[in-house]
Design a protein around this ligand. Structure first.
Ligand SMILES: [Zn+2]
Length: 416
């Protein structure tokens, strides 16, 4: 996949969203006064402004003077921000958060955040006013990495579609002309059985054709295919090699489902939860396997902030591995003799004093950055891929606890 020059990578953008969401989740309002608006890409900005204006006038009915003022201030701030947009929101839509949040001691502070182009398209307009910001729809998008093909079938009906993250999309359906088991009078039993088998075979071919049309063009992005239906239909379908051979290899499992209409797709995803969780971790697991192999027997592993950073700067890192639960800042210090040193600190901690380890002089703070941003920026300049690693499996958790949440797989050995 080619990235646009200068544009941050998709992973980096997801991380930026993640950080903003974590901040927003910490905020509360003393009343129902925190406004969240999800705007799909096909919604005219002028319609949204009209909606906000309407809410503003309705807010005059709010009894508590403080809440009323806060809600109206939030809505005004949102209107001000929407003026920067043309007719329609940017690609995938827009999410706006605004409200007076508690800062302790009965004080409040006005916060307004506008998130452009979330990782997935916003499906419907949503206006939400509560004592918390509404972040769940965005969080779901961020947690969603998988693309799975879905097939449900019995001998009468079939549906194929997608599972994109947590969203199920029914795309195509077919119904068969397979006759029931009861033959009509006058038909020979043998002939009836043959016609019936032919009809079943034709139907399986038709279903496979639908699946091929949909999934084959996407086979390189596909994380797997799930097949559902009653027995023995789904088994016959899979064992009969009806699917394109490249798709056959992608089948993660077959599951008993009782419906084969669109609701069957949902039932299939429900049944496959464990398999899906396992598949979501597959890439992370293979990254960590490779890392431990290099660590124990090879020389293409690096870990910890400073060694990994040095390798990144040299351009020797093939893949940067970052624990998705790493939340650290990096402080860069410079001493009077020009020595530059860095220290990692918790994101909520004050910036500590620092004594230069080379000359013993007191060093001054040069800058303080988010550690992941800091590393990913170097990675992007050097053509290094960044992979975020979940802590939901043992080796993933070890990356965070034993290796400081930062590691790298090297292109060549550097001895750093
Ligand atoms: Zn120094």
């Amino acid at each position: 996949m080619s990235e646009q020059e200068g544009a941050p990578s998709e992973d980096r953008r997801k991380y930026e969203f993640q950080k903003v969401i974590e901040d927003l989740k910490d905020y509360t309002g003393s009343g129902t006064q925190l406004v969240t608006i999800y705007i799909p890409p096909d919604k005219q900005i002028s319609d949204v402004v009209a909606h906000v204006t309407q809410e503003h006038s309705e807010a005059s009915n709010i009894k508590s003077k403080q809440t009323r003022t806060n809600v109206q201030d939030a809505l005004k701030s949102i209107k001000d921000r929407l003026r920067y947009y043309d007719t329609f929101p940017p690609e995938n839509g827009l999410v706006v958060f605004s409200g007076a949040v508690d800062t302790g001691g009965g004080r409040t502070e006005m916060v307004t955040e506008v998130l452009e182009s979330p990782p997935q398209e916003i499906q419907s307009f949503r206006y939400h006013c509560d004592d918390e910001f509404l972040t769940e729809p965005l969080e779901e998008m961020l947690g969603d990495k998988g693309l799975y093909g879905l097939i449900v079938l019995d001998r009468r009906e079939a549906n194929v579609g997608w599972l994109k993250g947590k969203r199920i999309e029914a795309v195509k359906s077919a119904s068969s002309l397979v006759p029931g088991k009861q033959r009509k009078g006058g038909q020979s039993a043998q002939r009836f059985a043959r016609l019936r088998l032919e009809a079943i075979d034709n139907f399986y071919q038709e279903v496979a054709g639908m699946a091929d049309d949909l999934f084959v063009p996407k086979r390189h992005e596909l994380d797997g295919i799930l097949v559902g239906g009653p027995s023995p239909t789904k088994d016959e379908f899979l064992d009969g090699d009806y699917l394109h051979h490249e798709l056959q290899d992608h089948v993660l499992g077959k599951f008993d489902v009782s419906y084969t209409d669109e609701s069957g797709l949902k039932e299939l995803v429900d049944r496959a939860q464990d398999t899906l969780a396992e598949a979501d971790l597959m890439d992370d697991k293979s990254d960590m396997e490779e890392f431990f192999q290099e660590l124990n027997g090879g020389d293409l592993a690096t870990y910890g902030f400073e060694p990994t950073r040095k390798n990144l700067v040299m351009g020797s890192v093939e893949t940067l591995l970052i624990s998705e639960d790493l939340r650290k800042d990096v402080v860069t210090y410079e001493c009077p003799n020009g020595h530059e040193e860095r220290e990692l600190v918790s994101q909520r901690a004050d910036t500590p004093e620092h004594t230069c380890s080379e000359c013993g002089e007191d060093a001054e703070v040069d800058e303080r950055d988010d550690a992941i941003d800091h590393l990913m920026e170097i990675a992007e300049q050097r053509g290094t891929d960044t992979h975020f690693i979940s802590t939901d499996f043992e080796k993933g958790e070890q990356l965070l606890t034993a290796f400081g949440g930062i590691a790298g797989l090297l292109r060549y050995s550097t001895g750093v």
